[in-house]
Every structure is written in C-alpha cells, then in structure tokens.
Design a protein around this ligand. Structure first.
Ligand code: 3HC
Length: 694
C-alpha cells in the first residue's frame, strides 16, 4: 500500500496521506505527494485538489528520524514549490496537528480549512532548528512579521480558531472534514477561483529596529539556545529579500542548525521524552490499576503541591494532616497559589472553584479506606514513615497503591512495615510539585509490575514526565547531585567563591548555579540532611563545614534575606564580602593554601563527578537506560536541553576525555572521591559512549 494515494470525487482530486502514526513527511510521503499532485494537474477532468490525511492527524512535520542522514530526494521545498506553482487550486484540510513541515505544506497550498479542534504550529525551534521549507518566508507574508515571529520563535501550537483569526486558516468547518473540503473545493472550482500564492504577497516591514527589539525581548528566556535567534534572522530575510532569496537564506540556516550539536541534543531529548514512558521488560499483559481517587498525607509545601497536581487533572483528593491548624494552613496556601494564577489570567475563577472543591481535608486515616492511591508526603524520617505505612496497611482497601514521596529514604524498608510490599513504591515529586515536570517513580525490590505501571500512568495523567528508577540513597537525581555538591564544596575551600562556581554552571546553561539554588531551596534543608548523614561523611567532608557556619549565622538563604548571597527586598542576589571572608578564613584554618581554580576545572569537577555516578547508577540498574538519567536531569534539575542531559553530553565530550580527567582529579583531590566507575572505564577503553552501549 502506498502512503499517498490519489482518487477522484467528481471534478475534485483527493490526495490522501496515510503514514501512521503522525503522517510525518518521510521520503515515501514526499515522493507520493509529488506524484499525486502531478497526477491531479495532468488530469483534465480535475478542477481543484484537496490534500487530507488519514488517521489521527494532518502531517505533523518532517520525519525527524531522517535528520542527520543523507537527504533522499525529492526534497520538501521542491515538492511544495510544485504545489504552490500549480495552476489548479489546492486546499489543505486540517485535523489533529499541522506542525512544522506539515504546516509548511499547508502554507504552500492555496487555501486552508480546519476543524475547530485542530492545532497548527512551527515547533522546529524545540528541535534546535528553524522551519526549513518556507515557514519563515510564507508565514510572515501571510499573517505579518510580528504574528509569524511569535509562532516561530515560541514554537507553540496555536488552536485552529486562533489561527483563523490570525489569518493562517481561511475557514473553520465542523463535522466531516473530508466532505467539507470537497464541497469547499467544488465551490472554488465553480467560482473559477485562481490559486492564491502566499509567496506573491509581501511581508509587511515593521518599524526600524523591530528585529533587534525582538531579539532583546527573548534574550532571557532563550538564553543559550541558537535556534530562536536564527529564526528571527530568517524572518528578517522574509521582510527584506525577495521570496526566492529568502528561501535560500532559510535553507542555509536550516542546514547549519540541523548539523549543530544543539539540534542533535534536542532531537535526542524529543525521542528520549517518549521512550522514557516505556518500561523495559514490562510484560505486555500487565495493565495499570485504575486510579480514580487519591489520598495525600501532609499538607505542607510538598503535599499541597502534589494535591494541586491531582486536582488540576480532575481527580478528587483527600488531604490528611495531623491537626486542624496544619490543614487550614495547607489549604490556604493552595488557595493562594490558585488565586495567584487566576489574577494573572491563566485560570478562570470557576476552574479554581472546581479544583478547590476536589480537595477534601481530613484528620482521619479512616477516610483513606476507599482511595485508589495514597501518596505520603510527611517529614523525612524513617520512623515516622514506617508508622504511617503501617496505618495505611491497616486502613486501605486491597489493591490500593501506597506511595512515599521520600527523596532519599529506602523504599524497601518502608514497604517492609506493611504486609503488602508489592503495593508500595516511591513517587518522588520535585519542589514546587505543582510546577516541576519530573516525577521519579521508585520501584522497590518487591513492587508489583502493575503497581509501577500505575505510577507511570498516573504521572502522565497529571502531566508530569515520569521516570522509573530503582532504590538507592537519593535515587537517580539526588544521588548524582550529592557528588556535584561535594565537589563544589571542596572547590570553595580550595580557592573558588560561590559566585564563580555559580557563573560557570549558569553559563553552561543551568537556570541557576548550585549555591543560588541552595539559597532558594533553603540552606536549612541541606543542613538537616548533612546532619543526618554526618557519620557517613569522610573526614574531609565533615571538616568542610562552610554550610554549618553560614547556617549558624541564621542565614538560611532567600527566606532569611541571606545565605551564600545577600538578597534585596526583590530577592536579587549580590555576593557578600562576609561570606568571602568566612570561606577564606575556613581555608586558612584548615591549612589549605587557596589557589585560582579555573573555570574549566569547575565545570569538569561539577559535571564529571555526576556523570561518573551516573555510570554507576546505570551499571547497578537503578536507571534502566542512559536516557532515563538524562530526562531526570533535564526535567528535575534544569540541565540545559540543548546539551541533551548529562549522559548524552558525556558522549559528546567523549568518555575517554572524561576518564582521563577523572584520573587527573584522582591524583589532585583524592582516590576516595575520584574513582572511575567500572562501566565508564570499560566504555572509555573501548572507544564507546553510554548510548553506543544502549
Ligand atoms: N518524525 C518522526 N517521528 C515522529 C514525529 C516526527 N515528526 N512526530 C512524532 N513521531 C513519533 C513519536 O516519536 C512517537 O513514536 P513512538 O510511538 O515510537 O514513541 C509517535 O510518533 C507518536 O508521537 P507522540 O507519542 O508524540 O504522540 P502524541 O499524540 O502525544 O503527539 C504530536 C503527536 C503532537 C504530533 C507529537 O508527536 C509532536 O509534537 N511531534 C513532533 C512535531 C514536530 O516537531 N514537527 C516538526 C518536525 S521538524 C520539521 O518539520 C522540519 C521542516 O521545517 C522541514
């Protein structure tokens, strides 16, 4: 069966694309489209053509899997040129999503109609590229430079109804799209309407300086990314050059970006995001359990945020606290959060009311007897957790999934406090839980497959990116983070200052440096954790008590107006000479001669320490694949998307280079801190990467 077919309905030629799952423009589709258009044009009995797609969507773009491989003809610009140049009108009939190359094909058609549920967009920047088939040249000619830039630079999908107002879509139709499109084409044919070519229009030039202003307006949000800025260059070409010259410019920029490391990384993330949801080795007959109601223990910052996630997804939540006061406080915080969103116009008052109505406060475990899933978000203390799980075991119905939101503690030990370890697992949310996308789902040694399948399914339902990991101290994210924190702490005593380390990691692409993050999270959090594991720390780690000294001064970070930095009333940080003095004094007292720690050393020690730990995590099976680790770091810790995550980044640097650096730091910092992970060593010696092993 061909992926593109041509048929006739009276005097209308119907071109149908059928290339599941998303009708991507693979080589076969491009060739089929070219041939079908030629057939329709050659047939004298055909007055107009309709392009429509089978299945769930219109063309969702170029076939991303073909990027980075040699181009197989015909190329898309040639196909779309033949469509736009056609002497008979072509109508694109859009349902689902017309994205990227899909919208570009539609823009090369002469008319566009869509169902109200459809969406259109040019999301190429999210893959580190720009539209490569006239999107940057036709869209500004069709809807104006500003509207086109907003769509292309953000990459966001736009609802068909809005696209209609913008002028992308000519008509919104209801009901049977194919029949409507044929009727539309018949009307055009009857009226003898000539093809309307977008390329013949002019992109209205905006005021002088407009493009520079636009660049400035995205500077902060798009920091580090190449594609959004290059997209502006391409749209500027549409405003300043004739169509053909603009197309050439667009193609050059597209080719340059497709070959860039950023695009390679962003394409990797696109597929990793989808792959991460698939659980390796899960038997196909395992079905997730039904989750229609949820119980949450603890209405503090975490519990409250988690409750919001479920209410946002329309699920009723029973929210349990130890006393009325905590409960009131928790509910008030949730109410305030929602009210804030309402005041910004991103949520309607009725929606807020509906969500609040889904939250049922309670002081009694008995109210949990019918819920399908419980998430415990109480204090991080094993004794408390065990008590709670024993109570849940006594109260909850058989088959309820019992999850802990712990960020460090041993899920197996928690599970052992129940008689149903198979139903117990970790569901580790990240703060603020209603905002952060990552959900680390932790399966214990005895967790039943349908239980962790349920947690993955629930994660998707509440619009998180769930990643399945195994049990160890800190799981994937915090375990790797601990290594980075240790090295950053060491570098402070050796000669670096917080602002230098923060700048290096900020410039690498993290939204904030590690010390600024600690100030944001509250230094008391890390301090408490340090105290709880103090006996397990090495003598050097124990003696490196800069954090203790800062906390002893009552400086807990942003919330107290000072931590590693001092903060003004708007919470803007400035380096504090007092902290610099404290650190220098600390080094002196510890007998460490301070030296200039270079930026490259900072970067390597911060990142390679994490990557080395990532290799151990992989070898131990705590993460099933390198992509699980990459997704944890991108969605939980702000690892720059355009670097693909720590394991992908490691492969780009080369494991041999990293291995050699580890040996160098082993000599410099100490054997106990810098021992190459056996997997990393093995791959480095074989000249392989984490992904070549996968
Ligand atoms: N190329 C190749 N495969 C694609 C693809 C594409 N453009 N879009 C989706 N897929 C694959 C996914 O990898 C997934 O594969 P899997 O089942 O093996 O995991 C499958 O199609 C289904 O995708 P989703 O799971 O994402 O399905 P959803 O229904 O949730 O979402 C979608 C559908 C909104 C279309 C989403 O897939 C999407 O956003 N796709 C990418 C759209 C895009 O970026 N288009 C631009 C491409 S670049 C381009 O066109 C360049 C041009 O300017 C020349």
């Amino acid at each position: 069966m061909s992926v593109v077919s041509f048929s006739k309905q009276g005097n209308i030629g119907l071109i149908s694309i059928d290339n599941p799952p998303v009708n991507a423009l693979s080589q076969a589709v491009r060739a089929g489209l070219r041939d079908a258009v030629a057939q329709g044009l050659a047939d004298e009995s055909v007055a107009a053509l309709v392009l429509w797609c089978e299945g769930r969507t219109f063309i969702a773009g170029a076939d991303i899997r073909e990027f980075g491989k040699p181009m197989q003809p015909p190329d898309l610009p040639a196909v779309t040129k033949s469509m736009e140049d056609a002497r008979k009108p072509i109508i694109a009939a859009i349902h689902g999503t017309a994205l990227g190359g899909g919208l570009e094909v539609a823009l090369a058609c002469h008319f566009r109609i869509a169902l109200p549920t459809a969406k259109v967009g040019l999301p190429e920047v999210k893959l580190g590229i720009i539209p490569g088939c006239g999107g940057t040249q036709r869209l500004p000619r069709l809807i104006g430079v500003k509207g086109a830039l907003d769509m292309i630079v953000s990459g966001e999908h736009v609802a068909a109804t809005k696209a209609h107002v913008l002028g992308v879509i000519d008509e919104i139709v209801e009901g049977d799209l194919k029949a409507q499109a044929i009727a539309y084409a018949q009307r055009l044919a009857a009226e003898r309407r000539a093809p309307r070519r977008v390329s013949e229009a002019r992109a209205k030039t905006e005021s002088p300086g407009f493009f520079d202003e636009y660049r400035k307006s995205i500077a902060k949000k798009s920091r580090g990314f190449l594609a959004p800025f290059r997209a502006i260059d391409a749209v500027q070409a549409a405003a300043e050059l004739p169509f053909d010259a603009g197309m050439k410019r667009e193609r050059e920029i597209f080719a340059e970006l497709v070959a860039s490391p950023q695009s390679k990384a962003q394409r990797h993330v696109f597929f990793a995001e989808r792959e991460v949801a698939k659980i390796p080795g899960l038997p196909p007959d395992v079905k997730p359990r039904d989750v229609k109601s949820v119980g949450i223990i603890g209405a503090g910052t975490m519990g409250g945020g988690i409750a919001m996630c479920f209410a946002n997804a329309g699920l009723p939540v029973k929210l349990l606290e130890m006393n009325r006061e905590n409960l009131e406080r928790g509910l008030n915080t949730i109410r305030k959060n929602y009210a804030n969103t309402v005041s910004k116009g991103s949520l309607k008052q009725e929606e807020m009311d509906q969500r609040m109505a889904l939250l049922a406060p309670t002081l009694s475990y008995d109210d949990f007897k019918d819920v399908d899933l419980v998430i415990e978000a109480a204090f991080e203390d094993m004794g408390i957790k065990k008590e709670i799980f024993a109570k849940l075991d006594a109260v909850c119905k058989p088959g309820a999934v019992l999850a802990s939101n712990t960020s460090y503690l041993d899920i197996n030990e928690i599970a052992a406090s129940t008689k149903r370890a198979g139903d117990v697992m970790g569901m580790h949310f990240f703060s603020p839980a209603n905002v952060m996308k990552l959900l680390e789902n932790v399966r214990g040694a005895k967790t039943a497959p349908d239980v962790y399948a349920t947690a993955m399914e629930v994660g998707k339902k509440i619009r998180k990116v769930p990643v399945l990991v195994g049990v160890c101290h800190g799981f994937v994210g915090n375990r790797m983070l601990a290594k980075r924190s240790r090295e950053c702490g060491f570098m402070l005593e050796e000669g670096a200052l917080p602002q230098q380390i923060d700048k290096v990691l900020y410039d690498f692409g993290f939204p904030m440096g590690p010390f600024a993050v600690s100030d944001l999270a509250g230094l008391d959090v890390g301090w408490r954790n340090r105290k709880s594991i103090f006996d397990k720390l090495s003598p050097r780690e124990q003696a490196n008590n800069i954090l203790d000294q800062i906390c002893d001064l009552g400086r807990y970070g942003q919330k107290t107006g000072a931590g590693f930095y001092k903060y003004d009333e708007k919470r803007n940080p400035t380096p504090d000479p007092l902290i610099e003095e404290l650190i220098i004094k600390h080094s002196r007292e510890r007998g460490i001669a301070r030296r200039r720690v270079g930026d490259q050393e900072i970067l390597e020690r911060a990142l390679y320490s994490m990557i080395n730990e990532g290799a151990r995590i992989l070898a131990e099976g705590i993460a099933a694949r390198p992509l699980d680790i990459d997704i944890v770091w991108i969605y939980g810790y702000g690892f720059p998307v355009y670097r693909g995550g720590p394991m992908f980044y490691a492969d780009q640097i080369g494991l041999k280079t990293i291995y050699e650096a580890i040996l160098k730091y082993q000599k410099q910092v100490g054997e106990e801190y810098w021992r190459p992970a056996p997997l990393l060593e093995k791959l480095a010696k074989q000249g392989k990467g984490f992904y070549s092993e996968a």
